[in-house]
Design a binder for this molecule. Structure first.
Ligand code: ATP
Length: 265
């Protein structure tokens, strides 16, 4: 895409009634004989959170990797802020990535860096315009946003799993993203810490007016934070809609996930 058109698209997605910030259309992806994605399509606008639910191994993480441009699809495409994440130039993809915050399942914090240094990391690399004081101020602001004021000097190994997720969220927001991608943000947390992370995600979602995708196994979490829920099974989206719409479904897999929700409450 031409740079000017690209800029226009960036502006367009930031307005009200805007074009979708994320457009995924007909993604197909196989690994050897295994067809992991079999025609996945969805859109997410600013102000929306799409929860992608599904059993293990249904291709949720692969979908996110394609969206970030880390994995090419066999067919279809994924565009973020008007940039085809697997077909645009490296520079355009890089520019789009700077508008995206990620909290990936196994993307741990840097163990040898303090909490504050972890949060500062994207600023050091991508905001050369900030001087040291401005960077420190921004890190304080981000730590306050996620409820971790006063914890900046701690090492990741000295804080709880829930706090580590908060640090990851602060780091994901450092560059003021438009898009936020969260892969299992509550995995491994107890129900109280999970609920706290859900509340925090909702607060940040509102403040930053994000277009968010949250991959999760957790229907309680999906129901709390998502504007829409997409349930994936065997490489397809079986259903996409509000929690109430899912409740109307007679599909077995949908009913199974809803049943699990009831068991968790
Ligand atoms: N690089 C790869 N090479 C081969 N197979 C892969 C690769 N990446 C993913 N897969 C396979 O694709 C399938 C989907 O993986 P994916 O990680 O997207 O699942 P998921 O829905 O995110 O599951 P989970 O909830 O367990 O993370 C799995 O069977 C996985 O083994």
């Amino acid at each position: 895409m031409h740079a000017m058109e690209n800029e226009a698209q960036f502006k367009e997605v930031s307005g009200e009634n805007s074009a979708p910030a994320i457009i995924v259309s007909n993604l197909v992806k196989s690994f050897g004989p295994q067809r992991v994605l079999d025609g996945i399509s969805f859109e997410v606008r600013r102000g929306e959170t799409l929860a992608i639910l599904g059993r293990s191994g249904t291709g949720k993480s692969v979908t996110l990797r394609i969206l970030v441009g880390l994995e090419p699809p066999d067919e279809g495409n994924a565009s973020v802020l008007g940039v085809d994440m697997n077909g645009a130039s490296a520079r355009e993809i890089d520019d789009a990535r700077k508008q995206m915050g990620f909290l990936f399942q196994h993307a741990a914090l840097y163990d040898s860096l303090t909490v504050a240094e972890n949060v500062a990391f994207p600023l050091v690399h991508h905001r050369r315009d900030l001087n040291a004081q401005q960077r420190t101020d921004r890190v304080h602001e981000l730590l306050a946003e996620v409820g971790l004021e006063g914890h900046g000097k701690k090492m990741p190994s000295d804080i709880s799993g829930g706090m580590q997720k908060r640090v990851g969220l602060a780091r994901a927001l450092a560059l003021d993203p438009v898009v936020l991608l969260l892969d299992e943000p509550t995995a491994g947390l107890d129900p109280i810490s999970s609920a706290e992370i859900d509340q925090l995600v909702m607060k940040l979602q509102k403040e930053y007016n994000l277009a968010s995708i949250v991959v999760t196994h957790d229907m309680v979490s999906a129901r709390t934070i998502a504007t829409r829920i997409a349930l994936m099974d065997e490489g397809k989206i079986v259903i996409e809609g509000s929690y109430e719409e899912l409740q109307q479904s007679k599909e077995r897999i949908v009913m199974e996930f809803l049943q699990r929700d009831l068991e968790q409450v």
